[in-house]
Design a protein around this ligand. Sequence first.
Ligand code: PRP
Length: 206
Amino acid sequence: MALHLVDHPLIRHKVGLLRQHDISTSHFRTLANEITRLLTYEATKDFETEKKIIKGWAGKVEVDCIKGKKVTVVPILRAGLGMLDGVYDMIPGAKASVVGFYRNEETLEPVQYYVKLAKNIQERMALILDPMLATGGTLNATIKLLKEAGCKSIRGLFLCAAPEGINRILTEHPDVDIYTAAVDEKLNDVGYIIPGLGDAGDKIFG
Ligand code: PRP
């Protein structure tokens, strides 16, 4: 398992637009969902399929179907909600598991305030959504929570990630895959990603 930097030209272009300091809320949301569709495409490309016979216009035809239980998509409140439609566009049958964390801006530790997981989560792959992976504290807490619930297969989709958070997760959870549209330079001394996107939650919700 590993870090996947999804640096398709469309993604690099859209990340550049996301970084504009005066970007409107509606443009940020649109771009976040467009990038998420592309991340979802990449994060699902090894999904197993199985054959099925259906009735087509000219009689029986063999088609491919995704195998196994539907994935659960795990937006981390709040900002992860800004990526949810992008996943639903690609996987309309995904089951949602919602977790809420905010980061204590002094300690930078995540504080949990909501959890509602999908049924049979132990049989589903989890796709965590969060625009930002900074120190990795929030992602670490979310992964622990999912693993405690029995989830065996976990991937995370991010618009922008800092090396500090990536290294922490790859060390503490080597079984988890990280798909990100950008790997930025560093964290500043108050835990913001540089150059980053600013406060993604505020940009999505206004
Ligand atoms: C941001 C972001 C992540 C977290 C990343 O959320 O969306 O959840 O911080 O930081 P970390 O990797 O250092 O834990 P924030 O606390 O701003 O909450 P919000 O989504 O409600 O705005």
